[in-house]
Design a protein around this ligand. Structure first.
Ligand SMILES: [Zn+2]
Length: 255
């Protein structure tokens, strides 16, 4: 099973009204005011999944400051997930997950206290403390904050996006590594823009193969291109299968 654990969808209305939304929500404006920044609907994602031979995609919402926009976005994600026969899983951008949601995300909070407590998996934007600047970099958890969250909430199930901002390197410490087991996945979303390709090898060697999952960050990256990038980084068939879907399927309880 091929699973893309990190994609983004918007309701068609939000795409049509991106200019006014960019003016009303600062973080959204930073990332999407530029008309070249891609936005996708469920139809776009399903067509991409067809091309890239992806079985299941996790579709995240945007972490709106206005609860009405968040609720509208969540309702769209749950609707398209319901209509997709299991091909799309909705990760909703609200503090309480609604009926039909498979998780919460993509959460953009700077402190562990700001991250919603949920029995469902939570996909967290995470940010490297060093590295280059890019639109939307701020507004996520740094590795230090992610470490405090994992310690404070031993029951939380976390998908730490963008390789957890480099958090996996802390897992060389045995106590930290034991805190990850079975409940944390590091996703590779936007990896090609942020890290050298050796990141796949390095993180698997430190955290163990079970903790790594492919995320394309579609539509930022086409799924065909990003899947090929992962395959080039992981020539070993067993590792490739785990990262491209096996780990995500287990974590999300997919058949
Ligand atoms: Zn992100």
């Amino acid at each position: 099973m091929i699973v893309d654990i990190h994609t983004h969808l918007f309701p068609p209305r939000f795409i049509a009204e991106r200019v006014s939304l960019a003016a009303s929500d600062e973080a959204f404006g930073e990332m999407y005011a530029d008309p070249k920044a891609k936005m996708a609907t469920a139809e776009d994602l399903l067509a991409s999944m067809e091309r890239a031979r992806v079985d299941v995609s996790v579709a995240c919402g945007f972490w709106w400051r206005d609860p009405a926009l968040a609720a509208e976005h969540a309702a769209y994600l749950v609707d398209v997930a319901r209509a997709s026969s299991g091909r799309i899983l909705a990760f909703v951008p609200t503090r309480e997950a609604m009926e039909g949601a498979a998780g919460i995300g993509e959460v953009r909070e700077r402190t562990p206290e700001g991250v919603p407590a949920s029995t469902l998996p939570v996909l967290l934007h995470s940010t490297e403390e060093t590295g280059h600047a890019y639109a939307g970099k701020e507004g996520g958890l740094t590795p230090g904050a992610l470490g405090r969250l994992l310690e404070a909430r031993p029951e939380a199930r976390i998908i730490a996006a963008h390789w957890g901002g480099g958090f996996p390197f802390a897992a060389v410490v045995p106590e930290v590594r034991s805190r990850l087991a079975g409940r944390v996945l590091f996703d590779s979303a936007a990896s090609a823009y942020l890290y050298a390709p050796d990141i796949f090898r390095l993180v698997i060697d430190i955290t163990g193969l079970d903790s790594v999952a492919w995320g394309s960050d579609f539509p930022l990256r086409p799924q065909t291109v990003d899947r090929a990038y992962v395959e080039a980084a992981l020539p070993d068939e067993v590792e490739r299968a785990a990262v491209l879907g096996g780990n995500a399927a287990r974590f999300l309880g997919l058949g």
